[in-house]
Design a protein around this ligand. Structure first.
Ligand SMILES: *Cc1c(COP(=O)(O)O)cnc(C)c1O
Length: 535
């Protein structure tokens, strides 16, 4: 080591980190979900107020992080009773691979297949995810690993935007917003593109504003639900709209949320929506961030199986697949829709970014690989199909997790999580203190009911200390539950009223151990009793 590098004894610090991780992994089921407020305060007061001139070295820094900094952050977000947002945990294989990924620190940006297998590994990982979902590899030849579903939704809307404008009757054939800027033809309808959706995730609005479509209600229109089934498109109304928009030559993106975030529910007509979209030239974007995996439980597969009819598809790795942040997946039928946006004309791409793989053919591939498998030489350089240039080797933890669990392991996680959510829902539906808002365990037979998958949505009744007459009841209820520090839920709103949602997505959640704790906390809070708290 050069003497100027403040390395200290890296080996002993590494051991310290490993033993901290080991100890924490072993106690995830008993750790409090969130730190105490005094822990947060002492972490904050330990932070340096300005950067010192001389560093303290690796060993002192590592001890400081473990002793002073980490106690002030979430203690068990990847533990079995953290049900806020949809967070998932980290499978052991993914955790180890993520550490390895960090230690190699490879930049997976350009396909340099004669120097590294990393882009081919990323590509194969994207193919294995399609295998997990029983989607033919050849359906989605445009694929990339992103930072999450928000980035994937952004890619989807960007691809849709250019694909739709290239066919606009008001613009020169092949018009590209990416290349030519916002279109200005006087005959072009305003807005030139609308997004028709039901309960879209908030990130759709961010994505639409980022790619220049506009993220407000003039562009994102959410008016089309079936009167009998609030999570399904009204097909007649959808067809009417598609007809009108086609007549005026406006582009339409149909955005189908596969897994509504408050209820975990699904629409029932993705196949029909896909048919109509195709017929009228609309682009179908499916946001299946977490819900795309629900069909791994066979009885829910009918709600997800038509994902392969999408023009673009968003999935998350860091939610239900239980790999570390950050990891999202993006798929499209049209590789060119990505490269049109992210691969600048060769004249302006700096020469050092061009890969030199034309000189020799790629590695031989065995001929029995499924159709749609991309060989190492043919993988597009990630920087030409994605937002980032420099990129983390995110595929490694995802690959490791897929290898360690196989399809069966993932089916087991999804099924256990859904069954756990159903057990909680059942208890809530029988409790005097609570009302279940995404109803009934017999949902599979009742046509209009929400299909709740892994989320339990509820509020307190007038028989609890959090009556619906109090407009802040759900926020107070959420705080009372979370103050136990034995479990964690999110406050939300549903049908205009406050509600609490509990999303089960961690591979560690176990009915035998965790259900009793969850029901005890809910019971104590709902009756206004003294709540047992984690230390
Ligand atoms: C979580 C989620 C998103 C946003 O995903 P990030 O990975 O947090 O960027 C988008 N859509 C849906 C349906 C989600 O559940």
């Amino acid at each position: 080591m050069p003497s100027s590098a403040p390395q200290g004894d890296v080996g002993s610090s590494l051991n310290q980190v490993i033993s901290h991780i080991l100890h924490r992994n072993e106690s995830l089921d008993t750790l409090p979900t969130v730190p105490s407020s005094s822990s947060i305060e002492s972490t904050l007061s330990s932070l340096p107020t300005s950067l010192f001139e001389k560093g303290v070295g690796t060993s002192e820094t590592t001890s400081y992080l473990i002793d002073k900094v980490l106690p002030g952050i979430l203690q068990a977000q990847n533990g079995p009773r953290y049900y806020g947002f949809v967070t998932g945990g980290v499978t052991p294989a993914a955790q180890l691979a993520d550490i390895l990924s960090t230690s190699y620190d490879e930049n997976v940006q350009v396909n340099l297949h004669q120097q590294t297998a990393s882009t081919a590994i990323e590509q194969r990982t994207l193919e294995l995810i399609l295998d997990l979902l029983d989607i033919k590899r050849s359906v989605f030849m445009g694929r990339t690993i992103t930072t999450g579903a928000t980035a994937s939704n952004t890619l989807g809307l960007a691809c849709a935007r250019d694909h739709l404008l290239a066919q606009s009757p008001h613009l020169p054939k092949g018009y590209s917003w990416a290349r030519d800027g916002p279109p200005t033809s006087p005959t072009l309808p305003s807005p030139p593109i609308v997004i028709l959706s039901l309960h879209p995730h908030f990130s759709i609005s961010k994505a639409a504003s980022l790619v220049g479509l506009g993220g407000g209600p003039k562009v994102i229109q959410t008016v089309l639900s079936d009167p009998e089934d609030e999570l399904s498109f009204d097909l007649e109304k959808l067809e009417e709209r598609l007809k009108v928009e086609k007549e005026v030559g406006r582009g339409v993106i149909v955005c189908y949320g596969l897994g509504e975030v408050n209820t975990g529910g699904f629409g029932r007509n993705l196949d029909k929506v896909a048919e109509l979209s195709r017929e009228y030239g609309a682009w179908l974007h499916v946001d299946g961030a977490f819900g795309g995996f629900a069909g791994l439980m066979p009885e829910l597969s009918e709600y997800t199986k038509h994902m392969d009819k999408a023009d673009s598809l968003t999935l998350d790795g860091h939610k239900w697949l239980n790999v570390p942040y950050d990891c999202g997946l993006f798929y499209t039928r049209y590789t060119s829709s990505l490269t049109n946006i992210f691969q600048p004309p060769s004249a302006s791409a700096p020469a050092y970014l061009a890969s030199n793989f034309t000189a020799t053919p790629g590695l031989p591939e065995s001929s029995d690989l499924p159709e749609g498998t991309v060989s190492a030489a043919d993988v597009p350089s990630p920087l030409f199909v994605n937002i980032e240039n420099s990129r983390r080797f995110r595929a490694l933890p995802l690959l490791a997790s897929l290898l360690s669990l196989g399809k069966e392991g993932y089916r087991d996680i999804v099924t256990r999580n859904i069954l756990f959510a159903r057990s909680v829902a059942q208890w809530i539906s029988e409790s005097k203190s609570y009302e279940l808002l995404n109803p009934s365990p017999s949902y599979l037979s009742s046509s209009g009911a929400i299909i709740p998958s892994n989320i339990v949505l509820f509020r307190a009744t007038g028989d609890s200390p959090f009556p619906p007459s109090d407009p802040s009841a759900s926020v107070k209820l959420t705080k009372a539950i979370n103050d136990s520090r034995r479990m964690y839920v999110s406050a939300t709103s549903w049908r205009g009223n406050g509600a609490v949602r509990m999303a089960v997505s961690d591979y560690l959640t176990e009915e035998g151990r965790d259900l009793g704790i969850v029901l005890e906390v809910l019971e104590q809070v709902g009756k206004g009793e003294e709540v047992v708290r984690a230390n």
